[in-house]
Ligand binder design. Structure first.
Ligand code: AMP
Length: 279
């Protein structure tokens, strides 16, 4: 595994690697969710690179940029074990030089859901992903359905900017009790960790109602709320039944839908989602 920090290094090393080259962008503090993307990339690509960068521009002023968990040494050992070809740990001062003022904005898709509660978040995401993709020009980029809106935003920006890269969406990896793996789960104390399963329980309750024939978007949202209200440590920020393509909130009957939610458990903000319906 080669390690690059500067843009010059990463470009140089990438050119020496066999195509197709797959990139897995991450913010580090790796877990099995990240590794599932790495393994999928390894199985489909001639060479694989991982980037680790806690991108400051996607965090709001009140968010957890400073506290975000980091352990690059442990991440490096995990990636060595996966036998990836290239690790890139970009330098913030090179990606955002003094006087920086160029941004990528994906308009409508960035507005609802996470975008409505994390102002400027997707401008930061779209900008950094564009910069990573144009720097190393991967043939494929691997993203997780855990961040469903982010995956949708990335697919759209790749289409709109005509970037020659295939976006590969990967399924959510969960703990045995259903909690979606996330670097932020490290913030949870044991009691909160137990309560955090309510996100998956709420999604499952709605998905079961859908499987039994319920199609009303309101009724599906209500199913999720009911389960969330039963967990006293959970504070719901939003619950949504949206079109999986446009991310527009649905009000009538739905055939295919993205069920998603954001919930505070203690001070930790957690998100999760599930798609119901064919396709
Ligand atoms: P992050 O380090 O949180 O920015 O995540 C890096 C990539 O890993 C993103 O594409 C995430 O959607 C994906 N990811 C994070 N957690 C999971 C998970 N539990 N299952 C699948 N993919 C995940």
């Amino acid at each position: 595994m080669k390690v690059a920090m500067s843009l010059a290094e990463v470009r140089d090393l990438r050119h020496q690697l066999p195509d197709p080259f797959g990139l897995v962008p991450t913010m580090g503090f790796l877990h099995e969710g990240h590794l599932s993307l790495v393994r999928r990339a390894k199985s489909e690509c001639g060479s694989v690179g991982v980037s680790i960068f806690v991108n400051p521009t996607q965090f709001g002023p009140e968010e957890d940029l400073e506290d975000y968990p980091r352990d690059v040494e442990r991440d490096m050992l995990m990636l060595e074990d996966e036998k990836i070809d290239l690790l890139w740990t970009p330098m913030a001062e090179e990606l955002y030089p003094p006087g920086y003022q160029t941004w990528v904005t994906v308009e409508s898709l960035s507005q609802p859901l996470e975008g409505a509660h994390r102002l400027g978040h997707f401008r930061g995401v779209a900008t950094i992903v564009t910069k990573l993709l144009t720097a190393v020009r991967p043939d494929r980029v691997y993203v997780g359905q855990k961040d469903a809106q982010q995956a949708r935003v990335i697919r759209r920006l790749v289409q709109d900017l005509n970037l020659p890269v295939e976006v590969v969406n990967c399924a959510i990896v969960r703990e045995p009790d259903g909690l979606a793996m996330s670097s932020r789960n490290a913030y949870l104390n044991p009691e909160e960790r137990r309560a955090a399963t309510v996100l998956h329980r709420a999604l499952t309750a709605a998905a079961e109602a859908y499987a039994q024939g319920e199609r009303g978007a309101d009724a599906l949202r209500l199913k999720m709320y009911e389960m969330l209200l039963g967990e006293s440590m959970a504070k719901t920020q939003y619950v949504s039944v949206a079109d999986p393509e446009t991310l527009e909130e649905q009000w009538g009957p739905v055939e295919r839908a993205l069920l998603s939610l954001a919930v505070f458990v203690g001070k930790t903000r957690l998100i999760d989602n599930i798609v119901v319906g064919a396709g």
